[in-house]
Design a protein around this ligand. Structure first.
Ligand SMILES: C[S@@+](CC[C@H](N)C(=O)[O-])C[C@H]1O[C@@H](n2cnc3c(N)ncnc32)[C@H](O)[C@@H]1O
Length: 219
């Protein structure tokens, strides 16, 4: 178990290293869209609808994977996608070419150390990544850094205690390193005095995931 410090208390997380993530998504890449495309699609559409409402001028998607959310975003917003897994990004690159998503650039890198300057996006999205990244606390610090003051951060994720999914959460919990995601991330880990949680919306089948809309540190 690793620990995630949340203000006054420690939250326990299943162990998940960078190498395990890369290895897991090398295995998933050829079948990812088939396995996780439709079942998680409603959440992606809800996230993209929120982006349309926000009307950003520059958008960053962290953990872009095979790019399943990209076609839903407005096509006139310059968009950057980043991912650790080259295997996932190769597929993303093909999809961008096939659909002529010329507004999208992708790069391979670790979002826990984003190779990007401060305050350079007014909207940052994170679809199904917080339970995968080795150190969610480091990732969150980076989101706050690259998102401009008052900008929007949208987090789409499964959080523990999700109704009918709780039995599945317990089964998967000890296997995080092998399956490439944790089932035990607590929504509490998003409490942060430096940002404002604007809304939390249940999405996907039987509330499998939540879409959390956050306003970054005010100027
Ligand atoms: C469950 S997939 C989600 C893919 C896509 N966003 C979707 O909607 O299906 C998680 C993705 O996050 C990427 N990832 C995990 N940790 C990361 C990190 N620290 N930096 C960049 N990408 C990361 C993985 O490589 C994987 O492609």
């Amino acid at each position: 178990m690793s620990r995630f410090r949340d203000g006054s208390r420690d939250i326990e997380l299943s162990e998940l290293g960078r190498e395990s993530v890369v290895r897991a998504y090398r295995r998933y890449a050829p079948v990812y869209d088939w396995l996780f495309g439709r079942i998680l699609e409603a959440g992606r559409v809800a996230m993209a609808d929120a982006v349309r409402e926000i009307r950003p001028t520059r958008l960053l998607e962290v953990g872009v994977g095979t790019g399943l959310t990209l076609p839903h975003y407005p096509d006139n917003v310059p968009t950057t996608g980043i991912d650790l897994s080259l295997d996932m990004l190769r597929r993303c690159s093909n999809m961008i070419r096939d659909r002529s998503l010329d507004q999208v650039d992708i790069l391979c890198g670790d979002a826990e150390q984003l190779p990007l300057p401060d305050d350079c996006f007014d909207c940052v999205t994170l679809p199904y990544v917080l339970s995968v990244t080795p150190r969610p606390d480091l990732l969150i610090s980076e989101l706050k850094r690259v998102c401009a003051p008052g900008g929007a951060i949208l987090i789409l994720n499964h959080f523990k205690g999700a109704g009918v999914w709780q039995l599945g959460e317990r089964v998967v919990e000890p296997l995080a390193d092998r399956v490439g995601f944790r089932s035990n991330l607590d929504l509490e880990c998003l409490r942060d005095p430096e940002w404002i949680i604007e809304s939390v919306m249940r999405v996907n089948l039987f509330g499998l995931s939540k879409l959390v809309r956050i306003s970054n540190v005010p100027a």
